[in-house]
Design a protein around this ligand. Structure first.
Ligand code: UDP
Length: 242
């Protein structure tokens, strides 16, 4: 069985949640910066007209299916991915493993003040977790060197980057070779989730693959983005017919 499949040109690792967490923990023992990306159908659709974004995702050390649409696509292609591996849940599972260890974490992203709030909440939830720094995601080009300098000083093992796609993945790829970090992961809106600003759908919705519907009802402004989902499935069906 292939370990990595592609959906409309974007790679996905055939890996379960437990294996994903193990792999990230292994990366943290490594000697260079590894990248973890979590595409959903919206990423794949955006990548169709953004070659740089496509190439960045293709170079990811670990690429996991954040959306149920990707798992459905893999089944249509008859190369099924074992399960949806949601970025938010992955982060939670990794942080749980890092509590009471010497590994350190840095949160970069979300509106001013939110990353600090997320750090406080995560330190309460996972006692012994070492969040060594935070910075918001609305920094200017002029501010960026100071952020990079801080990361160089703190040398966090895990850098969680929530700047929204494709900015976060492009930012990670641009800095991967110089960052003194073991794992750099693009996490979208997860910092908002950790700070309690955005609620995850109840487990019931997640289990039946309708988390997207729950999010749409709670944040109707996302409807335009969500139109990408049927279009994505249409492209996958067409591609599979060829
Ligand atoms: N964000 C940011 N800087 C930006 C644009 C967005 O830090 O220039 C943050 C935003 O505040 C939010 C996250 O990036 O916390 C994007 O969240 P979303 O749920 O839209 O995630 P996506 O679906 O893009 O992965």
């Amino acid at each position: 069985m292939k370990e990595r499949i592609t959906v409309l040109g974007i790679p996905f690792d055939r890996i379960t949640m437990d294996q994903t967490v193990d792999r990230i923990l292994q990366f943290m023992k490594g000697d260079r910066c590894r990248t973890v990306y979590t595409p959903n159908p919206e990423f794949v659709m955006a990548a169709k007209s953004d070659q740089d974004f496509t190439e960045v995702l293709q170079c990811g050390d670990l690429v996991i299916p954040d959306g149920v649409g990707i798992v459905i696509a893999s089944k249509i292609q008859k190369q099924p991915l074992p399960e949806r591996v949601a970025g938010y849940d992955t982060v939670q599972n990794v942080l749980e493993k890092l509590k009471d260890t010497s590994y350190t974490v840095y949160f970069l992203g979300a509106a001013p003040g939110v990353a600090e709030e997320a750090a406080t909440k995560m330190k309460e939830k996972y006692p012994g977790l070492q969040v060594v720094g935070t910075y918001h995601g609305y920094f200017t080009e002029e501010e960026e060197p100071a952020i990079l300098q801080e990361i160089h000083q703190l040398k966090p093992d895990l850098l969680l980057v929530g700047l929204g796609f494709p900015r976060q993945e492009k930012w990670i790829a641009a800095h991967q070779s110089t960052l003194p970090v073991k794992v750099c992961m693009g996490i979208g809106g997860s910092i908002d989730g950790m700070a309690g600003k955005v609620k995850r759908a109840p487990v019931f919705f997640q289990k039946i693959g309708l988390e997207w519907l729950y999010r749409l009802v709670r944040q109707p402004s996302r409807w335009k983005r969500m139109l990408q989902l049927p279009l994505f499935l249409w492209y996958v069906l067409m591609e599979n017919k060829k």
